[in-house]
Design a protein around this ligand. Structure first.
Ligand code: ADP
Length: 785
């Protein structure tokens, strides 16, 4: 085709009806074909056609409702665009359809519909001249002012776009090269317009009209672009500001990454690395940490190991590698602190002071580990706390009761999910210094299991020769524990593993006598409880006789823990009364009913203070303290739990009281004996150990050999005690295993009482081992019993 010659479209065109958009001459459109009519057209014209002419179709915008695309051909828009089908793509999914790529050539007008089925074909008349676009040879005058104006707007619009985009640059060139009359159609299909507007442009057959209609569209687009650029600019300013802030951050942490979140995390890692480098960890630890942080940097955050490694490194940084408190050890001050905090326990305090004195002189901590052994509530933990106080050290208690896994002490290897350091390292992290006082509570209650022996792990912790390089499995590097002062507590040495016991110096902490308990209560427990409950000595008065009442009737223990609890209960009750402000006067002599001598004396002395029980009704001034007497005790604590049943049970021959030692403190133990006709059998019941059984045999033998001397006879009056007689010895509380030689004296007394028919003195309890010759061996630990 020569330049300038017009191209003719066929006079008969198959019609493609499009819903989605309006094709304008000079533009290209991709359209989906799925209606039966259009599909048929594509199949029989485009896919089978062989000539170029057969690929020219008429594209008519379907203005009718697309859903009503039934068999009848809708009213056709009269004007359409002749188009060249450039590409046909068929697909069967989700339903059979074609996708057509068509390029608009020129407008046409339908003159007459030739056939409707299977697809419409019409006789058409070409409306635009179709030129071979070579260059803009049309003279300026011909195009007129309108086209000139249009051209300016078009150039302005294109120049507002980003020229660095190749398509835009190409468009700019096209503007100059294309004939001006082609521009309205092309630009309308480029800018943002509705289908309705495009349809109007399509219908504007006259060129002048087309220019007129397109200019407002162009102006609208230009204004829109201007507005867009304005808002974009202010946003860019914001972005710049953000960027301006960020470089500082980058400088401080010395790293740059693209993604903001990643950058933050990266910053954290860099911070961590800095912390590692500045921390005072051992060389070995530093090496491991640096290696780990190198791995961490390369690791994607989504990896589970990332969090693990990070936790590990954070712990390493937090550990007090080199941080310690300064010891202020002064023996005189230590003595004062210990005396102030604890009444009695002279032996323990003396030993603790010796221990501290040696520390002061030798200035090194190697030495035996102190182990306080005694029943609960005798102040083992609290002495440990006082030691920390005198040294000015941090105190941390590690409860070992029931620990059966060595990982509890030594940590889990980091390969385990949920691995964590052991209690020693955890404790160090908690106190934040490397020289705390660690109280290993209840070392006698360590258990063994399949997970290894925690006692064995403790050996390494406690051994001064080894613990300077204690290796927790989690840390996997050595930590120096040599500055830690370990103190252990236990209820009994019997269940402490021998190897562990060997490394400790056992200090027995005996239970308290009643008198000591009273002193402890008045010097320490009551003031402490008053403070806890916000009471003052002006509001509550607990006389010593009441304390004794609590000790004997409401508690039975070697320590003072239950006593402390009961005092707490009393304080709570008084706090309620004080808060209510309605306590009433007690009748001075009412408290005498049913009470012992002590109480009477006391009440007559302090006749004025009132009782908490509110039988009387006379109000007193509020400053009068509430007196806790036996009635008040009964009101608050309920009826006495332990009555003096001893005298009752000793009201017949054949019963005696012994003293026994248990890990929980001293106990009194009854021994009962009875005799019956038989063949001289001895029956023993009450879960006795071998030693106890032997003691029983020993006692009988001695009594038989001395029967005459002490006038002991059996039921028939014979001095042969076992003649026709069976003896049954029973030790009540049959569920508890009892063993030990010192029941001997009690058994002898019990049997002597049985055979002589005389009662045993009711207020004496016995302990002691006897020999076959009747000697009573020296006894020990009376205090504990
Ligand atoms: P343990 O560790 O021996 O089981 P604790 O040290 O917990 O017992 O003591 C229990 C309570 O008894 C603590 O409040 C403690 O202050 C108090 N206590 C025990 N013995 C004495 C004492 N001799 N002087 C003062 N308070 C004591």
């Amino acid at each position: 085709m020569a330049a300038g010659s017009a191209i003719q479209i066929p006079t008969r065109l198959p019609l493609l009806l499009t819903h989605e958009s309006v094709l304008l001459p000079g533009s290209t459109m991709r359209t989906s074909v799925d209606s039966p009519r259009n599909m048929q057209l594509v199949r029989s014209r485009l896919l089978k056609g062989t000539s170029l002419r057969s690929t020219i179709i008429g594209v008519i915008p379907n203005t009718s409702d697309p859903t009503s695309d039934c068999d009848d051909l809708p009213n056709l828009h009269r004007i359409g665009t002749a188009a060249l089908a450039v590409q046909v793509v068929g697909s069967n999914w989700p339903k059979p359809h074609y996708t057509l790529l068509v390029t608009g050539l020129c407008r046409f007008q339908i003159l007459q519909l030739l056939k409707e089925k299977p697809y419409p074909v019409a006789e058409v008349q070409q409306l635009d001249r179709l030129e071979q676009f070579t260059n803009g040879h049309k003279s300026e005058e011909e195009l007129g002012e309108l086209s000139e104006q249009f051209y300016k707007y078009a150039v302005q619009l294109v120049e507002m776009l980003d020229m660095s985009v190749p398509a835009v640059a190409k468009l700019r060139r096209l503007l100059d090269n294309l004939p001006r009359e082609a521009l309205p159609d092309i630009l309308t299909s480029i800018i943002r317009t509705t289908n309705q507007e495009k349809l109007q442009i399509l219908d504007a057959v006259r060129l002048e009209e087309r220019f007129k209609m397109t200019i407002p569209l162009l102006v609208r687009q230009i204004e829109g672009l201007k507005l867009l650029q304005k808002t974009r600019k202010s946003k860019q300013d914001d972005d710049k500001r953000v960027v301006a802030i960020r470089p500082n951050r980058r400088i401080t942490h010395g790293s740059i990454t693209e993604d903001e979140e990643e950058e933050e995390d990266h910053d954290d890692v860099v911070m961590l690395e800095k912390k590692i480098r500045t921390s005072s960890m051992s060389e070995q630890a530093l090496k491991v940490c640096l290696k780990e942080i190198k791995r961490l940097k390369k690791m994607p955050q989504s990896m589970p190991e990332y969090a693990l490694t990070r936790n590990y490194l954070e712990l390493m940084v937090e550990l007090p590698w080199n941080k310690s408190t300064k010891d202020r050890l002064e023996i005189r001050a230590a003595r004062i602190v210990l005396d102030n905090d604890h009444y009695a326990m002279e032996k323990l305090k003396k030993r603790v002071l010796e221990y501290l004195a040696v520390r002061q002189l030798k200035n090194n901590l190697k030495g035996p580990i102190l182990c306080f052994v005694g029943p609960p509530g005798v102040g083992k933990t609290s002495v440990g706390r006082s030691i920390a106080k005198t040294l000015g050290r941090e105190f941390h208690r590690i409860a070992l009761g029931g620990v059966c896994d060595q990982s509890d002490i030594r940590g889990h290897r980091r390969t385990y999910v949920g691995s964590m350091p052991g209690r020693i390292i955890n404790g160090l992290k908690t106190v934040g210094v490397n020289n705390p006082v660690f109280l290993l509570d209840e070392v006698d209650k360590l258990a063994k299991s399949l997970q290894g022996d925690p006692a064995a792990a403790l050996l390494e912790v406690l051994d001064p020769e080894q613990n300077h390089s204690f290796t927790d499995h989690y840390l996997n590097v050595a930590f120096d524990l040599s500055q830690v002062l370990f103190i252990a507590t236990a209820n009994t040495t019997a269940t402490i593993p021998p190897a562990l016991l060997d490394r400790m110096e056992v200090i027995q902490v005996p239970g308290y006598t009643q008198e000591e308990k009273i002193e402890i209560a008045h010097r320490h427990l009551i003031p402490k409880q008053l403070e806890l409950h916000g009471l003052t000595p002006q509001q509550i008065q607990i006389p010593q006789v009441t304390t004794l009442g609590i000790i004997t009737r409401y508690t039975r223990e070697a320590g003072v823990r239950a006593l402390d609890r009961k005092l707490g209960a009393i304080c709570r009750a008084v706090a309620v009364k004080v808060a209510e402000g309605q306590h009433k006067e007690a009748k001075p002599d009412r408290a005498e009913v049913g009470e012992g001598e002590d109480c009477k004396e006391h009440i007559t002395e302090d006749a004025k203070p009132e009782s908490i029980s509110d039988t009387a009704d006379l109000s007193l001034p509020p400053e009068m303290p509430i007196l806790i007497d036996f009635h008040a005790l009964k009101d608050i604590l309920g009826p006495p739990m332990y009555d003096m049943e001893v005298s009752e049970r000793l009201s017949q021959p054949g019963v005696a009281v012994g003293l026994a030692w248990t890990p929980l403190g001293g106990e009194i133990m009854f021994v009962e004996a009875s005799r019956m006709d038989g063949e001289g059998q001895l029956t023993l019941t009450g879960q006795l150990g071998d030693v106890m059984k032997e003691s029983a045999h020993l006692a009988i033998s001695w009594l038989r050999s001395n029967a005459k001397r002490y006038q002991l006879t059996n039921a028939s009056g014979s001095f042969d005690l076992l003649d026709n007689t069976d003896i049954h010895l029973h030790f009540p509380a049959g569920a508890v295993t009892k063993d030990g030689p010192s029941a001997g004296v009690t058994i002898v007394t019990c049997l002597a009482s049985l055979f002589s028919g005389r009662l045993v003195c009711s207020d004496v309890a016995m302990t002691g081992e006897i020999t076959l010759r009747g000697l009573v061996l020296p006894v020990s630990i009376i205090g504990e019993k």
